[in-house]
Design a binder for this molecule. Structure first.
Ligand code: ADP
Ligand code: MG
Length: 316
């Protein structure tokens, strides 16, 4: 018997909300949610289309993970505490096995961040997953792209480029499911705790989803400043270094998206305190400096270097 929409929602997406601020969750016409007084509601939404944002043969649990991760990453980049999510699901059929795994990936990540799924929509169509994530932040502490000032130091978290390397391996038809780089591409961790800890410290922040160099350009444009990026300071993970030539490592780090690392700026007065929170699990790398002017200037050992514009486009 084909699974109807109601049964599908009931079976896969109705779980008791472990949050007292969910006054009414899945099942009514809309969710009723209690926003803590004094905090701003932070809202982000992102859509994944099969064939474009995930491969048709991607493990369904990784699709569930990724659909929520991209949204939690946007909340992290605002310094927000995630709370709730809505899931809009378009599927060609009610494939129980696919749904089971998809839901397990989604709820595993949701559980780690205390996020309750409070509603959504289910339709028949090509496989498309849209999640809307909601969270809170003190309005005056929200991290924006627009606050960077000349003299601020520029940082990136973690190991950007690894997910792009994993994606390349998959696209080449290689890449085993246990490969570190493939896992980084499928199960990237949104930097929620880091974003929280940067509240009131970072002058600007964003998550790297389209590539470090391009995203840094966006941060600079939003702040009305320029940046100097010291190429020799770019973090190259041991795994990338082991498997790729130096030029490829640099290309991956500069252009790879999907790691959901945070790119942020610190006034010099805040730098030491934040740097002291760097750890092997989540290293923070100082990669440059904000300057007056416009645009991103790459330097290698102090000398200006031109990185061909659009040279990395195939990753977009
Ligand atoms: P309506 O027709 O009133 O929009 P639906 O039949 O689409 O209601 O949905 C019924 C309930 O199930 C609503 O509370 C809705 O938020 C929830 N819902 C529908 N699809 C999903 C989904 N994929 N995940 C979570 N909740 C869902
Ligand atoms: Mg209704």
């Amino acid at each position: 018997m084909p699974l109807g929409e109601f049964d599908l929602i009931e079976r896969f997406f109705t779980r008791p909300a472990a949050r007292s601020d969910v006054l009414l969750g899945v099942g009514d016409d809309a969710a009723l949610l209690a926003v803590p007084p004094g905090l701003a509601l932070v809202a982000a939404t992102d859509t994944l289309v099969e064939g474009r944002h995930f491969l048709p043969d991607a493990p369904p649990d990784s699709v569930g993970h990724q659909a929520l991760a991209v949204n939690l990453s946007d909340l992290a980049a605002m310094g927000a505490e995630p709370a709730w999510a809505l899931l809009s699901l378009s599927l060609p059929d009610a494939d129980v096995e696919w749904l089971e795994a998809f839901a397990s990936g989604l709820f595993a990540l949701a559980g780690r961040h205390g996020v309750a799924l409070v509603g959504g929509d289910t339709v028949r169509g090509p496989r498309v997953v849209t999640i809307t994530a909601l969270g809170f932040v003190e309005p005056d502490l929200a991290l924006r792209r627009s606050g960077a000032q000349p003299g601020d130091l520029l940082y990136v978290s973690g190991w950007p480029g690894e997910a792009a390397a994993g994606l390349e391996a998959l696209q080449r038809g290689g890449g085993s499911p246990d490969d570190t780089l493939v896992r980084r591409c499928r199960y990237a961790e949104p930097r929620v705790e880091l974003g929280r800890s940067l509240r009131g410290r970072a002058s600007a922040a964003m998550d790297v989803s389209d590539g470090l160099l391009g995203d840094l350009g966006k941060l600079c444009a939003a702040s009305g400043v320029g940046a100097v990026l010291d190429l020799e300071r770019l973090p190259v993970s041991a795994e990338l270094e082991r498997r790729y030539a130096a030029a490829d490592c640099e290309r991956l780090v500069l252009s790879g998206g999907d790691d959901y690392e945070l790119l942020f700026t610190l006034p010099t007065a805040a730098a030491a305190q934040v740097e002291s929170t760097s750890s092997p699990a989540l290293p923070l790398h100082r990669i440059g400096r904000i300057e007056s002017g416009r645009g991103v200037q790459c330097r290698r050992d102090g000398r200006p270097v031109t990185i061909a514009e659009g040279g990395y486009d195939h990753f977009a």
